[in-house]
Design a protein around this ligand. Sequence first.
Ligand SMILES: Cc1cc2nc3c(=O)[nH]c(=O)nc-3n(C[C@H](O)[C@H](O)[C@H](O)COP(=O)(O)O)c2cc1C
Length: 202
Amino acid sequence: MNQILMIEVSPRGKDSASRAVTETLAARLSALHPEAKLIRRDVAAEHLPHLDDITLRAISSNDPAEVERLKAAATLSDELTDELLASDLLVISTPMWNFGIPSALKAWIDLVVRPGRTFRYDSGGVDGLASGKKAILVLASGGVFSDGPWRPFDFVEPYLRHILGFIGIADVQTVRAEGTHLPHLAPEVAPKASRAVEALLL
Ligand SMILES: Cc1cc2nc3c(=O)[nH]c(=O)nc-3n(C[C@H](O)[C@H](O)[C@H](O)COP(=O)(O)O)c2cc1C
């Protein structure tokens, strides 16, 4: 294992359930893979930009002259994409917000899901170019979505698995810190998530 990339999304610092789980996971990964470089990218603190017209052209144009002319606009996307492609393991640690992912995480995704870099269209359909990596999702939610009546309203895990599959990452495990807003479940959220981290195949 050469490099591990952790994308941390919750802005809630020490109060964050997803970040607490990610701390435990980071400690386990460091113990198991002391040689690996561990990059922690805090997209809540970084305020990644939304794609604008120029950036979109810079990262998706087929015209080499335009790509060259606009290359400064692709700098951040290039950096984030290189970082992802150089990593063997990707950890995405995120809260559920309004049944989906926070826009800070969507901004990161929009900057790294790039034609010619992390996917390409070929005659057979889509070819994911970020293959050979594993991913772990750490998902925090106020309610319970792994099972029960709210399961169909989880637009976090299905979306993340789909977009990772789109770029070639199919080996995905999930740890949930769920029920943080449910008084009868809240005390068990952290211990249950810790046990799930222990059970991960790393
Ligand atoms: C803006 C916002 C929207 C939220 N939307 C949902 C939601 O749709 N479903 C849910 O179960 N919890 C929702 N929650 C609760 C969070 O998912 C919950 O507090 C979770 O623990 C947040 O992760 P964190 O502790 O890592 O910040 C929402 C919280 C916030 C702040």
